[in-house]
Design a protein around this ligand. Structure first.
Ligand code: ATP
Length: 417
């Protein structure tokens, strides 16, 4: 199924200060943000950004302070007017909307949760949660109903009639989230929404958001300067530097293939065994011998010898993994008087395999414990690739930014039994 594009940014620019046109021309000439500021006192907020955000995903915009994250997101609801380029929501260019259209758009499709949103101290939790709806001119009973539903979603329905000062900091932030949810927006914009919270509560809120997302998927654009947070909650991440979007991808894609040194520096110190799954690295790197005619063990052996491999993964017709066989056991089998048609279990070296979603931490003992690579299977038990010790080490190395290990000699292949 094609993913629906919810929001698209095309060649988007924001230039702050007196000479936006001059600054645009300088960008064209290849000057960077600092040079332009020195010459014109004009600040490049966002520079030529183009990307798509899909319906139902949590899209994290990450970057150092001043990289342009807030400016970007504020152009999505035109709290900040773009200097050039387009922002399309459901295919409609919002940069050309008049103020009436804009009010309607904000009401119908967008809501924003801030880092330091203020709860009104004299209003109850329920009234605070309903606040956004009141601004939208929605009648009182509908407001109350929707605010209560939102409070339920964040587990605060029992506190509806309490005053904010009776709540802990984390609970107050939940009210902020409920306020965003009560509006029931198509797109929820969250600007460093959890950054002011202490680490424990912050993790709790991230879990809360993931839980909400698993129940009903909405499109969430989440600004964060925190890599752990971005990796934890982001389906995809956009990394910004000096107003530019330098890379967009899943955490796994970025970790495995950082676009440049800035991105690499961000990801240095991330433990890839927490992020990457067995399937991520098995499918990405593993080369297997194509299965042609594996019915005869002799063909399998010939193929292993030809490809200089010591082990083969025995698969059935549907590519379901049956076990590991070595060249030695194939030799032994062929020396017996009665050459079997299918490879009998007695000749298998092992049958241990891992699931593609297993973490690298989970599979490490198995990878380390055998001389053959660990087979990785999909939900149906089909072979999708394998992880050798060498591949495992190279994955760790790549993200610790050291020199790459040489390519491993391929020690395995797949044959069908
Ligand atoms: N109203 C403004 N006038 C002039 N310059 C601005 C304005 N708002 C932002 N900038 C500049 O635009 C650039 C991008 O700022 P922005 O706030 O979007 O970055 P950010 O990545 O969100 O940073 P932070 O994490 O600190 O919020 C910065 O250089 C900033 O100084």
């Amino acid at each position: 199924m094609e993913e629906e594009v919810k929001l698209e940014v095309r060649n988007l620019y924001k230039i702050f200060g007196p000479f936006p046109k001059k600054a645009m021309a300088m960008l064209e000439q290849g000057l960077d943000k600092e040079e332009i500021f020195e010459k014109t006192e004009t600040t490049v907020g966002v520079q030529n950004a183009s990307f798509r955000i899909y319906e139902g995903e949590i899209f994290v915009i990450m970057g150092l302070s001043g990289s342009g994250k807030s400016t970007m997101v504020r152009m999505f609801n035109r709290l900040i007017e773009p200097t050039a380029g387009q922002v399309l929501i459901d295919g409609e260019d919002i940069t050309v909307m008049n103020s009436d259209q804009l009010v309607k758009l904000r009401r119908a499709k967008l809501s924003m949760v801030f880092q330091s949103f203020a709860l009104m101290p004299h209003m109850t939790v329920l009234q605070n949660a309903a606040f956004g709806l009141e601004m939208d001119g929605i009648d009182k009973s509908t407001r109350q109903k929707r605010a209560l539903e939102a409070l339920e979603q964040v587990g605060l329905e029992a506190w509806a009639e309490s005053m904010p000062n009776e709540l802990s900091g984390g609970m107050q932030q939940r009210v902020g989230l409920a306020r965003g949810l009560a509006v029931d927006p198509d797109i929820l914009l969250m600007d460093e929404a959890f950054s002011a919270l202490d680490p424990l509560i912050r993790t709790e809120m991230q879990d809360e958001l993931l839980k909400l997302q698993s129940k009903s998927k909405r499109t969430i654009v989440f600004i964060s300067h925190d890599l752990d947070e971005a990796m934890r909650i982001g389906d995809r991440i956009a990394i910004m530097e000096g107003g530019r979007v330098v890379q967009v991808g899943t955490p796994e894609e970025i970790l495995q293939n950082p676009a440049d040194d800035y991105v690499r520096a961000f990801f240095r110190g991330v433990d890839p065994t927490n992020i990457l799954s067995a399937g991520d690295i098995a499918t990405a790197t593993q080369v297997t011998i194509p299965i042609t005619d594996g019915k005869n063990p002799r063909t399998g052996l010939q193929r292993l010898i030809k490809n200089d491999r010591d082990y083969a993964f025995v698969l059935d017709r549907d590519k379901v993994f049956k076990g590991i066989v070595s060249t030695d056991s194939l030799h032994a089998m062929l020396e017996s008087d009665d050459i079997p048609h299918l490879i009998p279990n007695a000749y298998l070296e092992g049958v241990v395999a891992a699931h593609k979603d297993d973490s690298l931490q989970d599979i490490l003992p198995h990878v380390a414990g055998h001389s053959w690579p660990l087979p990785i299977l999909d939900d149906e038990g089909r072979f999708i690739g394998a992880v050798s010790k060498n591949l495992f080490l190279r994955t760790l190395h790549r993200s610790s930014d050291e020199e790459q290990l040489p390519e491993e000699p391929q020690g395995n292949g797949a044959i069908a039994s």
